[in-house]
Design a protein around this ligand. Sequence first.
Ligand code: XIL
Length: 342
Amino acid sequence: MDSQRRVRDAALALCLFAGPAAAADMTLKAAAATSGRYFGAALDPDALGEKPYRGLAATQLTSVTPENAMKWESVEALRGQFDWGRADALVAFAKAHGQKVRGHTLVWHSQLPLWLIQGRFSRQDLRDLMTAHIAAEAGRFKGAIYAWDVVNEPFAADGEWRESIWYEAMGPDYVAIALRAARAADPDAKLYVNDYGVETDGPKMRALRDLVASLKRDGVPIDGVGFQSHFALGRVPADFADVLAKFAALGVDVAITELDVRAPVPADAAALARQAEDYASAVAACRRTPRCVGVTTWGITDDRSWISSFFSGYGAALPYDEAYRAKPAVEAMVKAWTAPAP
Ligand code: XIL
């Protein structure tokens, strides 16, 4: 612990001493380390064969998340036929580079295999399938995963439970059942519930807060809450840090798990400057919250981002551009991580 702090203080001193030039040179992972946090990104294992992509992933990140490679449709497209290839490749990359892995995601309504969606399974079958899937996947990667997004996106925008095969089969209990199964499969992984649209006060944030409070009350294993943080330009909520603090007060870690800031395209210099401020605000919100363990962006470079296919007219959402050049967001984040404590 002490030596960790010494390393952190030395890195911080070096950066402050060397001034702005050092901020420009410092890696994101070194910058995050100065405040004792990780900096991570979602990665596509297929892209790791490309040198510039691999270079950024190897040098800038303390933590990696498989963008799609651990989703159910990716690992078991045909019932009983597991394909762990891409997930294994990512875990191997992380191991080779001393990085943590955030596992994403065990129970979600989306990106499920067709055999599961179309299978007309009974409620009991679905419960058994869910727990068997958790046992298989979290069991396979046991010991290699820092944190699992066990349940992803349980709520709808109005704070009601999201309709899903899991909710229909088990009601709200599916969350506790999933968390217990994950704990049994990998006792050392931190277990998270992860969602979007919960970064500001509102019905969805409150529903998630009430869920976490009740899970803690009932002794269900939950260690953290992930705030996806898919923001539109200029829309990082002013109360983001307050929200993080509210969840931390329930006795869980919090993390920014899928940060991106989408801009109308083409994005001009003013938009990129605004975006840099938004990235810095998200980092600052994490830093203001002692239990915020780190920040993960949903990709690294603009050419490999989900935004343009999901939000028409938007793009340029990530810290590096299509040519792998650092955008203003990179230096802004380095500064936000290393600035004297707020
Ligand atoms: C997205 C991926 O980035 C896309 O490549 C895929 O086509 C769809 O899913 N919330 C999540 C992520 O938890 O898993 C989603 O990832 C983005 C929204």
